[in-house]
Design a protein around this ligand. Structure first.
Ligand code: PLP
Length: 449
């Protein structure tokens, strides 16, 4: 037998003996086992079933073990499991054509990668070579991935451990109406002031040195920050004025998450480069990439692009992307995600907000929402301090524990519960999860002033 089965206890024993986990002190963790997963639910080693309101790392947009996607991967493995990137391969050609077809404007070429971080690495390399400039502007409160350049772009504490980081990256503040860095009192004012700030940063850095502005179209892990209307258009204008490459990181927001194929579509904006991963194939096989516009593609028409990966455009990964996009289309998954946001999650969370003094704000789109918890609604003091861990983070871990005890797997980030179920979650499942969250928030209410 080539794939011997292990019982759950043995799985956990071998994990503790041999697996090193990301972002963790190895001796202080006790990773639960997972014995089964299907649709929007999975079952841990104790037999407890959870409704997955995290989509794992906000990536299983089609849910767990989608039978049609699993079957397509098995079929593709039988046809051609792997082949070097230098060949033209059926599933790679198909995946690239389908992604180009769905991407806005003249973004018609795809440079495949293994995931989101390396997509961002290649996007900034392309922008630097295309412009002949070296600086890249990125936002505070952003996450762009765990490799050297993507860490340097990242504007939150996960970067600290890999500093000093890559030179040439400059951070600025993006819009966040609820906790405005610009002391604004409306989304319109926030938009205007955020754009004025960004313009000033470009000026003092010297526009002739700025290769790119990178932003998450909708900021993900750092708070589900939906840009005020007009912000992305303003960034586009600023980039056009100075010949700066606009890079939209849609690793989390793309492929259905906000109820669009690409999140920029919601605002009708065409960036120069879009990076993607996660939802493109729900991570059934690792895949990411950069969608490249005509001008940047042209830069590398007669001049070699200096970069590549053994597994880029992996035939099996590309097959899963093709099948996933076809399932999206066949089943109206993008439309379903949009409707869940508009008709179920949004209204449900707004009702929850009314009942709980610990809820400061709810915000989001599609199946990408945040519930921001506070000690005091008036002062907006966060329920836990910035970057809290251990005892200081206890109120959030208690909310998480209450959710888990009732069968809901939440995503906790800072002082927020993110509501990010698979795009295929049914309206009834969403209501079931929201009811559990509603109850669990009593724990947070008890901590309010
Ligand atoms: N960009 C964004 C917005 C992300 O949310 C993530 C992952 O969470 C990444 C990039 C990095 O992607 P990966 O972990 O696939 O390298």
């Amino acid at each position: 037998e080539l794939l011997p089965r292990l019982d759950a206890a043995e799985v956990r024993r071998l994990d503790r003996a041999h697996v090193m986990h990301s972002w963790s002190a190895q001796d202080l963790i006790d990773p639960p086992g997972v014995v089964a997963a299907r649709g929007s639910r999975f079952t841990d080693h104790t037999g407890r079933e959870y409704l997955d309101f995290s989509s794992q790392l906000v990536n299983v947009n089609l849910g767990h073990q989608h039978p049609d996607l699993v079957a397509a991967i098995a079929e593709a493995a039988g046809r051609m499991t792997t082949m070097a990137p230098s060949f033209a391969v059926e599933t790679r050609s198909q995946a690239a054509a389908m992604i180009a077809d769905r991407a806005p404007g003249d973004l018609d070429a795809v440079f495949f990668t293994n995931g989101g971080a390396d997509a961002n690495e290649h996007a900034i390399r392309m922008a630097r070579l295309h412009t002949g400039r070296h600086k890249v502007l990125a936002a505070y409160r952003s996450y762009h991935g765990g490799t050297a350049g993507a860490m340097a772009l990242t504007g939150e504490p996960r970067r600290w451990g890999s500093e000093p980081s890559l030179p040439g990256i400059v951070h600025h503040w993006g819009p966040y109406p609820y906790r405005s860095p610009f002391h604004s009192d409306s989304p319109e004012q926030e938009c205007e002031r955020a754009l004025a700030h960004l313009r000033e940063v470009v000026e003092v850095e010297g526009p002739q040195h700025v290769a790119a502005i990178v932003l998450e179209t909708v900021v993900g892990t750092n708070g589900v920050l939906v840009p005020p209307d007009g912000y992305l258009a303003g960034v586009r204008t600023l980039c056009d004025e100075h010949g700066i490459v606009m890079i939209a990181d849609e690793v989390m927001a793309g492929f259905g998450r906000v109820g669009e194929w690409f999140a920029v579509d919601r605002w009708g904006i065409t960036p120069d480069l879009i990076t993607f991963a996660k939802g493109v194939n729900s991570g059934y096989v690792p895949l990411g990439g950069v969608v490249v516009n005509a001008a940047i593609r042209e830069t590398f028409g007669r001049r070699p692009y200096p970069g590549g990966l053994t597994y880029q455009g992996h035939p099996l990964a590309c097959a899963s992307a093709v099948a996933s996009m076809r399932i999206f289309e066949r089943d109206g998954v993008v439309e379903h995600a949009r409707a869940l946001g508009e008709d179920v999650i949004g209204p449900g969370l707004r009702e929850i907000a009314q009942r709980h003094p610990s809820v400061g704000e709810v915000r989001g789109l599609g199946v990408m929402w945040a519930v921001e918890l506070v000690r005091d609604r008036e002062t907006r003091q966060p329920l836990v301090p910035f970057n809290a861990s251990g005892d200081a983070a206890a109120p959030m871990s208690e909310v998480a524990a209450a959710c888990k005890a009732a069968g809901l797997w939440p995503m906790i980030a800072g002082n927020r519960v993110h509501v990010v179920p698979p795009c295929t979650t049914t309206a009834d499942e969403v209501r079931e999860g929201l009811a559990i969250l509603d109850e669990a928030l009593a724990v947070a209410d008890a901590r309010t002033a």
